[in-house]
Each structure stands twice: as C-alpha cells, then as structure tokens.
Design a protein around this ligand. Structure first.
Ligand SMILES: Nc1ncnc2c1ncn2[C@@H]1O[C@H](COP(=O)(O)OP(=O)(O)OP(=O)(O)O)[C@@H](O)[C@H]1O
Ligand SMILES: [Mg+2]
Length: 298
C-alpha cells in the first residue's frame, strides 16, 4: 500500500482537485484506491458528492470512536472515500489531550494495508496543524502541488523547506515530489515558469502537468471526478497521464530497491522519453527574457 499526501500551505493551488481526479485515474487503471479527506473544509468529500449525515467520518476514526471500515464510503469512479465535514476541526482541540495525536491516522491505516493499493490524502492548507502532520506521518510520498502562477517558485522553495523541517521533526522518511497545476500553456509567463521549475527542482518535479480546465470546476460542482463527466477532455487526459507516470515511477522505485544505482538513470530516461522537458526548453528558448526574479539554484 502506497500513501501519498497532497500538500501545500498555500490555499487554492489545486490540491483537492488533484487528489480527487488522481484517485479516479488510479482507480481506472485497476488500483484499489482510498482517498482520505483531511480538510475540515471537506472539499474532496463534496467534490465526490457525499453530504454529511449521521454516519461516522474521519473525525470519529481519528478519535478512536469508529473503525475505518465503518466510516469508508464508496465514491463515484470505483474507489473509496473516508469523508470529512466541518466537524473535523474539532480534532485540533481533541489532539491537545492525546498522546502522539499525529500518529493516529498511521495506526488506523495499518488496519487496511492489504485492502488498498493506493491511499491519497487531501491535506488542508495549514501544513503544521495536527491534521496535516497526521498525513505527513502516514505518507511515504508528499506530493507538493504547485500552481503555476505568480511567486510559485518562491512558494515552492519555502514549502520544500517546511516539508524538510517537518520530516526531521516527525522523524518519518517520506520522499517529496512536485506537481505543477493550473498551467495555462497560452501564457508565456506560465511556460517560462514551468521551465524554471523543472530546472530548479529537476529530480522532484513530475513530468505531467495539470492544465487549467473548466471541466474540473464543473465536475467538482457536480460531485463526480472529471473522468465521469467527460472522459475525453484534456483534464481527464492529464490525470490519466499523471496516474501512468506515478505507477511507472513506483515500478522504477521498486527496481531501485533491488539495484540502487539503476534508479536515477531510469527516471531520467523516462523523463527524456516523454519529450516534455525538451518541449519546455524549446518554449523557454523561443520567448522573451524572463523579467521575474527567480532564486538561484543551490
Ligand atoms: N487545473 C485546474 N483548472 C481549472 N480550475 C482548477 C484547476 N485546479 C483547481 N481548480 C479550481 O481552483 C479552485 C481551488 O482548487 P482546489 O480546491 O483544488 O485547491 P486546494 O489547494 O485544495 O484549496 P485549499 O487550500 O482551500 O484546500 C477550485 O475552484 C478548483 O475547481
Ligand atoms: Mg483543498
């Protein structure tokens, strides 16, 4: 079972949208997927058409009042959801009376190790709160979701620093990857920014980029993943590509565990094979000089 936490302390950068549709694409590829909504805003829950009722939610699981099995519901698209509601905010207060409150999700997920292949954690925008700490403690990969807008590079550098600090504090060995979202290829700024991000965060950036698509907003409003609303739109294509890249990366990592030196070459060749890096370099080279200041690479 792989556990992936979608994080960024910046609000509105596309974490929930990515979590919901990534989960749906992984499910469409035959993976058994659970999405856990760790945000009291409950946007992932709403985006999957689930409305609060008297049934237990993640709050009860975290407080030890309900088993995972009782709280998990089915989501449209052939996967499972551990829902949230605004009541989840109560966990911050309850946590003050608990020993190791940041470990309760890890303990709960240990009971479903064999039931799911992938667990996707949708984090709230506050990365140092106890809910996000639960996600970071439970995950093996933190996926930093970065909107390709103004100050994205600076924000990503700061976010990576915070993740490093939390990794040390939690003493938990997750890897970090980055996903660019809300990408508008028509604007020169976004193209150059994406190129700069690839240059700066070479090994961490995923090759797949999620483009802006009104279909994603429509799907969320309808309470279904975008693949159900329009399986042939560009957003569906992007999330399918993301799931494919993710599963290939997993295979590569598995391979590395057997032969450590082989992995970086394998990842590099898979990035080069896709051709996207070359495209980005071309776009960057053909455009006017960039007027934004980007921090230098280390
Ligand atoms: N690729 C995209 N194309 C178009 N709209 C998008 C895209 N990704 C996200 N959005 C829209 O942007 C808004 C914010 O997205 P989302 O809720 O996924 O961000 P978030 O990071 O989860 O926010 P929060 O930090 O509040 O949890 C939503 O209205 C969503 O529909
Ligand atoms: Mg969200």
């Amino acid at each position: 079972m792989h556990v992936l936490a979608l994080v960024n302390q910046k609000g509105g950068c596309g974490k929930t949208t990515a979590a919901v549709n990534f989960a749906a694409s992984l499910a469409a590829k035959g993976r058994r997927v659970l999405i856990v909504d760790l945000d009291p805003q409950a946007h992932a829950t709403m985006a999957l058409g689930w409305a609060p009722n008297d049934e237990p939610i993640l709050l009860e699981v975290l407080q030890g009042e309900s088993g995972l099995d009782e709280a998990i519901v089915t989501a449209p698209g052939g996967f499972w959801l551990l829902p949230a509601s605004e009541d989840l905010a109560e966990f911050e207060e309850a946590a003050a009376r608990m020993v190791s409150p940041e470990s309760v999700l890890t303990e709960a997920l240990a009971h479903c190790q064999t039931e799911f292949d992938e667990v996707v954690l949708d984090c709230p925008p506050r990365v140092d709160g106890v809910l996000a700490l639960n996600a970071l403690r439970a995950c093996d990969t933190a996926l930093l979701v970065v909107e390709t807008g103004a100050f994205a590079l600076q924000g990503a550098i700061k976010a990576l620093q915070i993740l490093d600090e939390l990794q040390l504090e939690l003493d938990t060995p997750f890897e970090t990857r980055m996903l660019a979202t809300l990408f508008d290829r028509r604007t020169k700024f976004a193209r150059e920014l994406l190129l700069a991000m690839h240059m700066r965060f070479e090994g961490e950036m995923l090759d797949t980029v999620i483009r802006t698509s009104v279909r994603l907003r429509e799907a969320a409003a309808m309470g279904v993943p975008v693949q159900q609303l329009d399986p042939s739109c560009r957003a569906s294509d992007d999330f399918d590509a993301l799931a494919e890249e993710w599963l290939a990366l997993r295979e590569a990592i598995k391979f590395e565990e057997a032969a450590p030196e082989a992995q970086s070459a394998l990842l590099r060749s898979s990035l080069q094979r896709s051709g996207s890096i070359e495209n980005l370099k071309e776009w960057g080279a053909s455009s006017e000089p960039l007027h934004t200041h980007f921090p230098p690479a280390p």
